[in-house]
Design a binder for this molecule. Structure first.
Ligand SMILES: [Ca+2]
Length: 111
């Protein structure tokens, strides 16, 4: 699983907390066609239930709130969203997903 794999390496899932960091990742990935995957990145949502709005309560593992500006318009959009991917569609946007484990996403660690 990505989180424990990152921990084994003495790192963590990458925390995309600024637009600059997001754009840097996009430029690295687009320059290297072999890196064209969707990636599991840090972010989770508390209080997932059908009454909550998909935009509610998104945090990094550090507990900090995910800043609104790193999300694209209309995202998060999954009622049951629990985790975050850097999606290899729409030019690598952050997207919420209900399950990042069974989707067998690649993942990015950082120190
Ligand atoms: Ca979504």
């Amino acid at each position: 699983m990505a989180k424990s794999d990152c921990n084994t390496l003495g790192s963590r899932l990458i925390q995309i907390d600024t637009v600059e960091k997001l754009e840097h990742l996009r430029s690295v990935i687009t320059e290297h066609p072999e890196l064209d995957h969707s990636y599991w990145v840090d972010g989770y949502r508390e209080h997932v239930n059908l009454l909550a709005k998909p935009t509610d309560d998104w945090h990094f593992s550090s507990g900090e709130k995910i800043p609104a500006e790193v999300w694209s318009d209309g995202i998060p959009n999954d009622t049951m969203g629990k985790c975050v991917q850097l999606w290899n569609k729409h030019g690598y946007i952050l997207d919420d997903l209900s399950d990042c484990v069974t989707n067998k996403l690649h993942f990015i660690c950082e120190k």
